[in-house]
Design a binder for this molecule. Sequence first.
Ligand SMILES: Nc1nc2c(c(=O)[nH]1)N[C@H]1C(S)=C(S)[C@@H](COP(=O)(O)OP(=O)(O)OC[C@H]3O[C@@H](n4cnc5c(=O)[nH]c(N)nc54)[C@H](O)[C@@H]3O)O[C@H]1N2
Ligand SMILES: Nc1nc2c(c(=O)[nH]1)N[C@H]1C(S)=C(S)[C@@H](COP(=O)(O)OP(=O)(O)OC[C@H]3O[C@@H](n4cnc5c(=O)[nH]c(N)nc54)[C@H](O)[C@@H]3O)O[C@H]1N2
Ligand SMILES: [Mo]
Length: 639
Amino acid sequence: MTEHGPKTYPRLTHPFVRDTRDEPLRRASWEEALDRAARGLRRNRDAFGLLSCARATNETHYVAQKFARVVMGTNNVDSCDRACHASSVAGLSAVFGSGGGTSSYEELEQTDVIVLWGSDARPARPVFFQHVLKGIRGGARMYAVDPRRTSTARWADGWLGLNVGTDIPLAHAIGREIIHAGLANEAFIGRATSGFEEYRALVEPWTLSLAQKVTGVPASAIRELAHAYARADRAQLCWSLGVTEHHNGTDNVRALIDLSLLTGHIGRRGSGLQPLSGQDNVQGGIDMGAVPHRLPGFQDILDRGARLRFESAWGAAVPPHYGLNVTEMFEEMESGTLRAVHCLGGDPARSQPDGARTVRRLKALDFLVVQDIFLTETAELADVVLPAAAGRVESEGTTTSGERRVQRVRKAVDPPGEARDDVGILCELARRLGHDWKYADAEAVWNEVRTLSPDHHGMTYERLERHHGIQWPCPDTDGIEPPFLHGRLWEADPAERGRLAPFGIVRHDPPIDLTDEQYPVRLTTGRRLDSRNTVVRGGSFASALRRGECVELCPEDAERYGVVVGEQVRISSRRGSVLAPVWIDTALRPGLAFMTLRLPDGVDIDRPTAGAACPIAGTAEFRATAIRIDKLPVVTYVG
Ligand SMILES: Nc1nc2c(c(=O)[nH]1)N[C@H]1C(S)=C(S)[C@@H](COP(=O)(O)OP(=O)(O)OC[C@H]3O[C@@H](n4cnc5c(=O)[nH]c(N)nc54)[C@H](O)[C@@H]3O)O[C@H]1N2
Ligand SMILES: Nc1nc2c(c(=O)[nH]1)N[C@H]1C(S)=C(S)[C@@H](COP(=O)(O)OP(=O)(O)OC[C@H]3O[C@@H](n4cnc5c(=O)[nH]c(N)nc54)[C@H](O)[C@@H]3O)O[C@H]1N2
Ligand SMILES: [Mo]
């Protein structure tokens, strides 16, 4: 039986190396660790991948992708964007050509309707949610679309408690109702979009009553949201993991974007789309090119002109084809074509779907370097561990928030022990591999970004300070663009309007892991205020019960299973089973259970079925596991 005690990782204060795989890590000097890292990477130049850290600075992301492309000659570079934000980027890019949210947080206070779709923003996004609250206080109506009646949903004027994985039927029914009620914005559709007739035919079967049957949301609630959204002068549609972490995450995103095209809630102040990105600098990772298909500033790897610009600035060739994303990198580890990994932040041993298999794959690598601020589970498997300074408080640089705002971060404290700045570590490694990059400081890195990414060109450090951050695009050093994107769609002149925004023609596709008699309960996962991604740090929890992990059930289900708060139960999916104490929460409904993303001992009960990942974005279906809950013969309590 597994105990779910809190796990504390020690902060790294000096490098480690391992002499052979059978020996434990031992303390090493920087010289030795860097030399070894360079040797291990050199012999794997043709089989290398780099995972960049969504908590590090833009400058780190930029140098990391340059390291992969220039020093190692590969586009195999990615970050945890794959886990949560990639489907949003893929969906938005397909429609509008760039993958950022179209609105700003301040516009939540300048709007009439806010829809929060699949996001428990109150605990997970407190800064964003403050703006939502101000919007509500200013008179905006708020709707929450979430299987659970979360603490976020408790602030809503309307809660649409849909069945997990039925977002497309719900969106289609809203679309159909808008069309049938004569509320579609025909002028905007005709002027700025393509594919409307096909969309109309696609949503036509989704009557309110069919949608009620499939989604579990009362027809009246669907109708109310459709009318409120379409009639509003200005409306914000915001979404997050409840939409993206599905095997058809990009399709889900397209179904939501369709609603904005249908109503013209895009490209105007107060009207737009906000895909809530996850980690503090996940957006920056994508913008800085720490992705396998884009150079910094969203420039496509397949665009020869873009490649040439980077090649002449970097003095090195850029591989002219897409690299592997995180999901694909882990698959290629299995086949042996990817043999060395530089893991810069991130703890894939805990965060990748299928933990046991991930650990096996990492162990089978010829060479693993981990550059982190903590001795994570992944670091425990590494050949070389390099201690980094925390990007947020121990180094200089910039980060980019979910509203595309680039902000300065400053060094407030010294890194502990021998820990060093991420950029400096990468430059030392590059030097050992034949590339002497001379960056005097973070600003020098940033100025290189500015010469290569037109969207960032106008953002000098001085201006970023003066304006308290600037949103991209910022092409000029003397202007600030409006806070929302795609205003061009409203231009009267077709030449100014540019390319049309296509409706997405996407169909309902239920979760891969179906519930049945043996596994009758739907487990979904999400965040809690008192836990943070892969890291469960001891002592930080408010409640003793939650120091470990618990499974949340509604009172009716608890009664049905004859269990009470604190009682251990066995939770089994088709892929494994764990013990966890019960917590009773009226946010849940019968047949729906909830946990955070990971048990502290590393057993991932929400481990997706093999292959259950979005084929476009590579995001795994973390949100929909079929489980069974069994009362134990002998009752034990935790608390
Ligand atoms: N089962 C399941 N798994 C999931 C999810 C789920 O819902 N269910 N959700 C997924 C999601 S949304 C995400 S974002 C991922 C997160 O997956 P990861 O990114 O792997 O996990 P984090 O815990 O966020 O890891 C951040 C790491 O960065 C390190 N770090 C922090 N700051 C710095 C820095 O400045 N420099 C360096 N070098 N390192 C730094 C931290 O010590 C930590 O180890 O997990 C995904 N995995
Ligand atoms: N306290 C805290 N804050 C965090 C994090 C953390 O670990 N702790 N992690 C950060 C990261 S990396 C991320 S990506 C964000 C995540 O931020 P959010 O996505 O806002 O937070 P989650 O709790 O993951 O929200 C997902 C919601 O989707 C709902 N949901 C589940 N299935 C479905 C479905 O099929 N359809 C719909 N519509 N909804 C569904 C869940 O009930 C849940 O309320 O949070 C960030 N902030
Ligand atoms: Mo995330």
